[in-house]
Ligand binder design. Structure first.
Ligand SMILES: *Cc1c(COP(=O)(O)O)cnc(C)c1O
Length: 359
């Protein structure tokens, strides 16, 4: 048996979650966010699976968009950060990509560009995230420039992004809605506000278009750990196997720097999974893991190729036993919370060494 770390990607779960998003925002069209290799799940497989349910896709760069076009996907594709350089415009035009416009310099470039077929743009408004976007007071003027620009298609759309997405009831989100309203009052274009958190918890964000990402992959955008209703189903399960089952004595210390000291004689399992696969190195002792479907915790530092698990109370396991690092039966959000990060980061950080299987 070779080293057996796998990401099992459950495409039926993906379809289910997209259905949850659609049902939550029934009057909105949906751009499925598939940036960063579909949050680590595989761009093309995910995009194809969602082809029926999504009205389009959102990605963060031209390379991702071209990969979708090359795979034959012909729905609208929105570049969430638009173009980074005027040299991208001919390809954007040729591939019929939609472009977010977040800064005046992009409008300057569009005005200097000579498109044969005008480009569809979404003016991004900074309603309070203070990352990308034009300021509310500049929005009408920017909108007007875009409408008058010969290289820009007739229907200019409007979008904004929520900053406090991980809180179901934060007044700041209401403030952002109001800022977006103020900025765009009287402008005719279609609106796009909601990300996953908006779709699930903020009716005000269910505008003409929504842009769910993480929920499609079955993870909650919220920090409170409350399950959704209807539940989301995890799409990715990260699986490996035990490579050794070892008796350890009281007082022995495990792995690099001996971070875990056996409080008694105990059995320790060694799993073929480490930070070289994308499992977080800073996972503390006790980070949950399933061995043969039974829940236990990791012990000692995660190394590049291996990590150790506490097998106390888990009888009859032998090398080769299945280990679930996250996914089915063990929400990735739990691992993320234990490691002080978010599911997004864990999902998109798996490395080349992990084998992907689509089921
Ligand atoms: C990534 C992203 C989304 C999706 O966010 P989720 O929290 O994953 O739903 C939506 N809009 C923009 C602009 C993004 O960058």
């Amino acid at each position: 048996m070779s080293r057996d770390i796998r990401a099992l990607v459950d495409l039926a779960a993906l379809v289910h979650n997209a259905g949850v998003a659609r049902a939550a925002a029934p009057r909105s069209r949906m751009l499925a966010v598939v940036k960063a290799n579909a949050y680590g799940h595989g761009l093309i497989q995910v995009a194809r699976t969602l082809a029926e349910q999504a009205d389009g896709y959102a990605v963060s760069c031209l390379e991702e968009a071209i990969a979708l076009r090359d795979a034959g996907l012909d729905k609208p594709i929105l570049l969430l950060e638009g173009f980074f350089d005027a040299a991208e415009l001919p390809l954007i035009e040729r591939c019929r990509l939609d472009c977010a416009v977040h800064s005046a310099w992009q409008i300057d470039m569009l005005e200097r560009y000579n498109a044969e077929r005008p480009i569809s743009v979404w003016l991004k408004v900074d309603s309070g995230m203070h990352r990308l976007g034009v300021r509310p007071e500049q929005t009408p003027a920017c909108y007007q420039r875009l409408r008058e620009c010969r290289s820009v298609a007739e229907h200019v759309r409007l979008m904004t992004h929520l900053a406090f997405a991980d809180d179901r009831d934060d007044a700041y989100t209401r403030y952002q809605f109001a800022e977006f309203e103020r900025a765009t009052a009287g402008l005719p274009g279609e609106r796009s506000v909601g990300n996953s958190a908006g779709v699930l918890a903020w009716p005000g964000s269910r505008t003409d278009w929504v842009r769910p990402g993480i929920m499609l992959y079955g993870a909650s955008p919220f920090a409170d750990g409350r399950p959704e209703r209807p539940p989301l189903r995890p799409v990715m399960t990260l699986r490996s196997r035990l490579v050794a089952v070892r008796p350890c004595r009281k007082g022995e210390r495990i792995g690099y720097a001996g971070r875990f000291e056996c409080p008694e004689d105990m059995t320790v399992g060694v799993v073929a999974a480490g930070y070289g696969d994308g499992y977080p190195r800073h996972a503390p002792n006790g980070t949950p893991v399933l061995v043969d479907g039974r829940r236990t915790g990791i012990v000692g530092r995660v190394s590049m190729d291996m990590l150790c698990v506490d097998l106390r109370g888990i009888e009859h396991v032998a090398p080769g036993a299945d280990v679930t690092l996250w996914g089915e039966g063990l929400p990735v959000e739990e691992i993320a919370a234990a490691c002080g990060t978010i599911s997004y980061e864990l999902l998109c950080k798996l490395t080349q060494r992990v084998r992907f299987e689509y089921i």
